[in-house]
Every structure is written in C-alpha cells, then in structure tokens.
Design a protein around this ligand. Structure first.
Ligand SMILES: Cc1ncc(C[n+]2csc(CCOP(=O)(O)OP(=O)(O)O)c2C)c(N)n1
Ligand code: SF4
Length: 329
C-alpha cells in the first residue's frame, strides 16, 4: 500500500446513496503530480480532473499536452506545475508527438538503452484540440495502435481563447462565436460524439468520466493507462467561466450532467459496453441546464427538443449495453 495514502469517504450520487453507497473507505495517494498554485480559474472542473487523473497515472509517465487551458494554467514560464516529464505540443500533432515518443521508447528499450521498461505515455487535450483540430492525428495514432492513453478534458468550447464554440459545444449553448440573441439560440448543432468516434477505431478501451465521480475517474484512468494499445477517456470538465455557472457548483453540475443522462458514464472494453452508474430514472435535463448562464435564454420548446434528444441518445447507449449483456449470457 502507498505509505502516503489517506482514507477518504467515497462520493456517491445523491438520491441513490442507499443503493450505491460503499461503506468501506477508499485509499487515495496524497502525492500530487500537478502542483498546487497553478492558474486555473476558481472552481475549474478541468484542473480538478487533471489533478485526479495525474494521481491515477502515477510518477512513471510522460505527459503530452496540447495547447489550451491545461497548458496555459500549468506552464507559465519560468514556473511549471508538472512534477512528471511533460511536453507541450501543437493542437494538430498532439497524438502524433505521443506516437513518436512511444516509438522512440520502444526502440531504446530494444537497443538496451532504457532499463525502465514501464514508462507510460498519456495525452491531455481539450475538446477543441481533440474533436476539431487534433482529430486527424488522433485518428491516425488510434489506427496505428500506439500504446498510450488519450484524455480529452471536455469543457465544451475553446475556453482558453475566450469561449468560442467547438464541435463539442452542446445544442443551445451561447458562446462568443455562437451567441444567443433575437435570431439565434446559440449553438445550432448537436455535440459531436467523440467517445463513439474513438470506439469506431476498435481500440481496446474507451470510457467517459467526470471529476464529480472522482473514484470512477481514477479507476478508469488507471485502467486506461494499463491497457496495452491505445485507450481513450472523455472527461466532462465543468468550466464556470465559460458555462456562466457558480464556482461552488462545479461538482453538483457535473453530477447533474450524469444524473440527467446528458453525459452518461460508461466503458467500452474490447467492444463491450458497460454502464458505470445505472440510474433507475433520469432527472429532467432542465435541472442541469438551469444552473448555467449559457443556457439561460432557452425557451420551453428548445428545452423539450434537448430533452427528447437526450432520451433518444440514452436509449441508443442502453441498447448497446443490453446487446453486450446478451452476448455475455
Ligand atoms: C492551430 C491553432 N489554432 C488556434 C490556436 C489558438 N488557441 C490556443 S488555445 C485555444 C483554445 C483551446 O481550446 P480547447 O482545446 O477546447 O481547450 P480549452 O482551452 O477549452 O481547455 C486556441 C483556439 C492555436 N494555438 N493553434
Ligand atoms: S476557462 Fe474554464 S477550463 Fe479554463 S481554467 Fe478557467 S474554469 Fe478552467
């Protein structure tokens, strides 16, 4: 057991506490690989998610980070928050740089120039860097089968440069480049399903996570980094600055994304779907939307449209989970 480990009570979603509560405490390392004192905004879900992910990755990892909030908040020269080897790359080539590092390490090990054979590679990028600008390099790396874990921290817009819409911005959200007004509801396209795109590459591990469920997130990162071959985890990261939400509601809003079915938590292991939390009944989407200023302008008609779409997508996911169950029986 890690000598620095501390015992923390497990966080479980409200209302289903009795059903899912785990009485025994879990152990989490007190080691921090993303040092405190970085420059993230107050209540930043992305910084919390990165911190938790780093705990699960451990010390023996090389982290490759695209441009974006994660990079800017952590590497303001002459300081750095990174306590593990870290490289900042361009948006376009993040997964390609990780591929090169992996191939280089393999060669060094083969030539006996690297005694430590267990070093892992993790990529960290935002939704813009993943679902828009870096998608081609990511697709190539997944297809070639490089051994790394790709973590997309999805705050649903290009936050670092001022809340511009990305293909991961949800329908109806107001952003600076898709502003809501008299003639527009804001974003008019549905959120790109990045986990499904990663899964379509037939990689061994794909998952979704959210720091509102810290143990689930850390378990998935540990699993992803231990996977032989490419793994992809899509992490919903609440951004109070861009979502126009209260800074002390970050954890609650993340939980509501899951409880409403807007962002279900699941894993796809070797093509088999598994729901991480199965709610007896989903909450109405407005419970989640009403806490965020970016959706403040939405009329009932649009809220109903979003509700309908979420139910439809959730049913599709449940069908895949049921199919997996059927195949296993
Ligand atoms: C090719 C290219 N286009 C645009 C930029 C400017 N830029 C830097 S950070 C950023 C936003 C990043 O958004 P995202 O990947 O979603 O991460 P976030 O900041 O939201 O965490 C942009 C557009 C850039 N650095 N390179
Ligand atoms: S803009 Fe959003 S994601 Fe970026 S540091 Fe601030 S809260 Fe975090």
């Amino acid at each position: 057991m890690d000598k620095n480990a501390i015992s923390v009570p497990r966080v479980v979603p409200r209302k289903i506490k009795e059903k899912y509560a785990v009485q025994s405490p879990r152990l989490v390392t007190t080691d921090e690989f993303l040092a405190p004192g970085h420059r993230a905004c107050i209540g930043c879900g992305e910084a919390l998610a990165v911190r938790l992910a780093c705990k699960a990755l451990g010390a023996n990892v090389i982290i490759v980070t695209a441009t974006g909030c994660i990079e800017i908040i952590s590497s303001q020269l002459p300081w750095t928050s990174w306590r593990v080897p870290w490289i900042h790359t361009l948006f376009e080539n993040t997964a390609a740089v990780a591929s090169g590092i992996e191939a280089g390490l393999k060669t060094m090990i083969r030539k006996g120039k690297r005694p430590d054979k267990d070093v892992k590679i993790a990529v960290m990028a935002g939704d813009g860097g993943t679902s828009d600008i870096g998608i081609q390099a990511l697709s190539g790396a997944l297809e070639r089968g490089h051994d790394f874990l790709y973590l997309c921290f999805d705050n649903e817009a290009y936050m670092n440069t001022g809340i511009q819409r990305s293909s991961a911005t949800p329908f109806g959200a107001s952003t600076t480049t898709a502003p809501a007004g008299k003639k527009s509801i804001g974003q008019t396209t549905w959120k790109k399903n990045m986990p499904a795109i990663a899964a379509a590459h037939d990689i061994p591990y794909v998952a979704t996570a959210c720091p509102s469920y810290p143990f689930d997130l850390m378990d998935k990162v540990a699993k992803g980094i231990a996977t032989k071959g490419p793994a992809y985890i899509h992490i919903l990261s609440v951004c109070p600055t861009g979502w126009r939400s209260a800074t002390d509601l970050t954890i609650r809003i993340g939980s509501l994304a899951v409880e409403t079915g807007i962002f279900p938590l699941y894993e796809i292991e070797d093509g088999k779907y598994k729901l991480s939390i199965d709610f007896p009944k989903l909450r109405p989407v407005n419970d989640y939307l009403k806490l965020q200023g970016r959706f403040r302008h939405l009329a009932e008609e649009t809220l109903n449209e979003i509700q309908h779409r979420v139910e439809e997508e959730y049913a599709k996911l449940m069908a895949k989970v049921a199919l997996t169950k059927g195949l296993n029986e």
